[in-house]
Design a protein around this ligand. Sequence first.
Ligand code: MYA
Length: 219
Amino acid sequence: MKGAPIDQKWNVPATEESPLEGGFRAEFEVTTERGGPRYGELIEEVRTFMDKVRYASPTPELADEIIDDLKLFNAKLDTLLVDEWHTPSGTRVDLPSRGNITLPPYEVIDGGEDGVTASVEFRRFHLGGNGVAHGGHVAVVFDDLGGMAATLHVHGIARTAYLTVNYRSLTPLETPLTMRTWAERREGRKIFVKGTLHDGDRLCADMEALFIQLRPGQA
Ligand SMILES: CCCCCCCCCCCCCC(=O)SCCNC(=O)CCNC(=O)[C@H](O)C(C)(C)COP(=O)(O)OP(=O)(O)OC[C@H]1O[C@@H](n2cnc3c(N)ncnc32)[C@H](O)[C@@H]1OP(=O)(O)O
């Protein structure tokens, strides 16, 4: 990545002691300690910053100032880059969307073999146009929570083969919405998943997807 040090460690190859398992590390450890007790606050500030950038029209002087500040922040983070298996972003299961800043924030209300129910809120950053969410951001949440439903259903890692979203009505920003995903049927490694996104009683979108359970060792 541009600006990152050459010895970055976020794409560590598999080794005998640390093999890939379904694209995941066999010894993958889930912990809520990484990043410290204020990591959620850090992610929230980053999300707020992204929201502001989406709507701000800075003067050239303010843009200069912010660029300089961001360079300082990036230099600080460059000293502490780790691989994806050890970064809190994506593994902090106690935080919205596991602390993954690339996902719109959701909170799982209920999850198990029968499916997942989550509360999701699209932010200003997720604006598509005309004041509502971008369809791609809606799809990304369906992919993540559909993948979670598939994973919980088969107790194994699954990867998206296809995902179809039907946009039934507008998806508002800054509004708690309900997403449900569930495995409708399974044929061997194939898990057919469905999902819905509601604003109250109103259906915003629904989806159908196929997830494939990965074979042991499949990268
Ligand atoms: C910290 C806590 C973590 C908690 C985790 C939270 C969850 C997070 C969740 C995050 C989720 C994020 C998720 C993501 O974002 S995953 C990222 C997006 N997805 C990908 O990159 C997938 C890329 N593709 C592949 O890797 C392979 O093609 C896969 C693995 C999908 C299949 O290759 P594989 O070699 O393994 O299998 P196969 O080719 O023998 O096919 C097997 C069967 O499937 C049928 N088939 C295949 N493709 C299609 C298709 N398009 N339509 C219809 N059918 C299809 C095929 O005909 C065959 O059927 P049959 O002949 O047996 O009847």
